[in-house]
Structures are given as C-alpha cells and as structure tokens.
Design a protein around this ligand. Sequence first.
Ligand code: SF4
Ligand code: SF4
Length: 115
Amino acid sequence: MQRVRDNAPVTYVIALPCIDVKDKSCIEECPVDCIYEGDRMLYIQPDECIDCGSCEPVCPVEAIYYEDDVPAQWQDYTAANAQFFDGVGSPGGAAKLGPIGKDAAIVAGVEPKAD
Ligand code: SF4
Ligand code: SF4
C-alpha cells in the first residue's frame, strides 16, 4: 500500500547528484520500472513509484531520497521529478519508452561538472 499525503503519493525523488552520472544502477532494482531516463539525469514517476526504497541504497552518488528526507539544498527536485512527466504522463514502464530527450528546467540549467 502506497503512503498518501494530501491526496498525493509520497514517493522517492532523484536529486542533483545524478546529473551527468546516469549510471542506471537504480533502474536494475526498481520492481515497477518507474525510473525514466531524461537527457542529463533520471527521474522517478511519482504516480508509478510504489515507495519500496529498493533503488535508494544502490545509487553510487546518493542521489535518491525518500521525499521527506530530500536535503534542503535539493528540495526543488521533488517538484522537478513530477514536472518532468508533464506531457509524458504515466507511461507504465520506462524500458518500453526509452530515453526521453528533455530535462526539468532546473536540471537543464545546471552547469556541466568540470572534469
Ligand atoms: S543510481 Fe543514482 S546516479 Fe545512477 S542513474 Fe540512478 S539516481 Fe542516477
Ligand atoms: S522506491 Fe521502489 S518503486 Fe520507487 S523508484 Fe525506487 S525502486 Fe522504483
């Protein structure tokens, strides 16, 4: 049973550390295939996520957080994960859809990391 608050699903969120990393370890762990690939990072579909937590410990850069635990400096990423799916909706599986060639606005605006 998914937890609900204010009639919205409480979910897991991918934050800034995934940008330009995208190693996709999390995708391997997700039982419902709800982690979608954007241009520079991955995003969790909040309506499809069943809140199982399997993805969080495998991320090598600690980019994944339970919604209530997102660090203050990355609070905007909760909304960014949801906004990414504007116009995409709930496709019901990332594998069949493939990469989505866009990013949430705050992600697209992040400077590339220096090598
Ligand atoms: S495991 Fe972490 S860095 Fe890798 S794709 Fe998933 S969220 Fe991004
Ligand atoms: S919490 Fe579970 S269902 Fe949600 S994205 Fe992570 S692995 Fe997938």
